[in-house]
Design a protein around this ligand. Structure first.
Ligand code: CP
Ligand code: NVA
Length: 303
């Protein structure tokens, strides 16, 4: 049994398989072809933080595959009344075939997985967001072909998205140019990458963007860090992806953002709504890659 808690839980070959399956299931979806290999399977989704894309993509995706979903929140379940996560895992995994969790500390997700009889998927933790990076890399491949050897510029917080980009770079063989404000750097031990060659740090965001094939950013304040909002607004003021930054990247560079976005903060409206932005394809692709992931975790390699 495999879980998908971090991007590097799967190797390059397994990721290549997922990207190929995502292409196939996406084409079937676009052609209104029924594909229901997960009939009678149930996905439990536990949300301890807000969500639009993750909720809709998993829920719609599971129904399209013929299965059903159960949606839980901490407030609406016994998790919010201090039932141990281990007990919750034991119970849910006796009734459902697959579990997706969005929570705070990654350690909590690991505790759930350690007591689960069924595969567990990370729907975002404070430290990682592997489903999003699956969608981002798939979107890059759709638009530009292989990401191996390419340069991705990360402009902004050294957060869950940044950590996961580093893992993807190490696993798939590309480089991340990282620029964060002082005090918000990526911590390599948290990112969990061993190959120092897969990322490079730049003090100035302009320098990180130079020559990049993809420029990407995220909110200045992630969920769970709202108390730092004011402090962060000051620290991040120069980490706004604008047309000057995009002009330093490759002429055909793409722009991505996991969304939700704040125009005028981490990105200008001209960039996110401009011709290089692929954020809507990126959001849609969450559903296609996660359908491929659920198929893989439950049925193994389907050709
Ligand atoms: N990108 C992403 O995970 O969006 P949601 O928070 O809306 O799920
Ligand atoms: N880094 C953001 C991503 C939201 C999808 C957060 O954790 O809130």
């Amino acid at each position: 049994m495999k879980h998908f808690l971090q991007f590097n839980d799967l190797d390059a070959e397994e990721h290549a398989h997922l990207f190929e399956r995502a292409r196939v299931v996406k084409a079937r979806f676009k052609n209104y072809e029924k594909y229901q290999p997960l009939a009678d399977r149930t996905l439990a989704m536990i949300f301890e933080k807000a969500s639009t894309r993750t909720r809709v993509s998993f829920e719609a995706g599971m129904y399209q595959l013929g299965g059903s979903v159960v949606h839980l929140t901490s407030e609406g379940s016994q998790l919010g009344r201090a039932e141990p996560i281990e007990d919750t895992a034991r119970v849910i995994s006796r009734m459902c075939d697959l579990v997706m969790i969005r929570t705070f500390e990654h350690a909590k997700l690991e505790r759930f997985a350690a007591h689960s009889r069924v595969p567990v998927i990370n729907g975002l933790t404070n430290e990682y967001h592997p489903c999003q990076i699956l969608a981002d890399v798939f979107t890059f491949i759709e638009h530009r072909g292989s990401i191996a050897g390419k340069v991705v510029a990360w402009v902004g917080d050294g957060n869950n998205m940044a950590n996961t980009w580093l893992q993807a770079a190490e696993t798939l063989g590309f480089t991340v140019h990282v620029s964060t404000p002082e005090g918000y750097q990526v911590q390599p031990d948290v990112a969990g990458v061993r190959d120092a060659g897969c990322w490079k740090v730049f003090d100035h965001p302009m320098d990180a963007c130079r020559g990049a094939h993809l420029v990407t950013t995220d909110v200045w304040t992630s969920m769970g860090y709202e108390a730092e909002n004011e402090e962060r607004r000051k620290a991040f003021v120069d980490w706004c992806v604008d047309e000057d930054m995009m002009a330093l990247a490759q002429p055909d560079a793409l722009f991505m953002h996991c969304l939700p976005a704040h125009r005028g903060e981490e990105v200008t409206a001209e960039v996110i709504d401009g011709p290089q932005s692929v954020v809507w394809d990126e959001a849609e692709n969450r559903m296609h890659v996660q359908k491929a992931l659920m198929e893989y975790l439950l049925l193994g390699r389907v050709e």
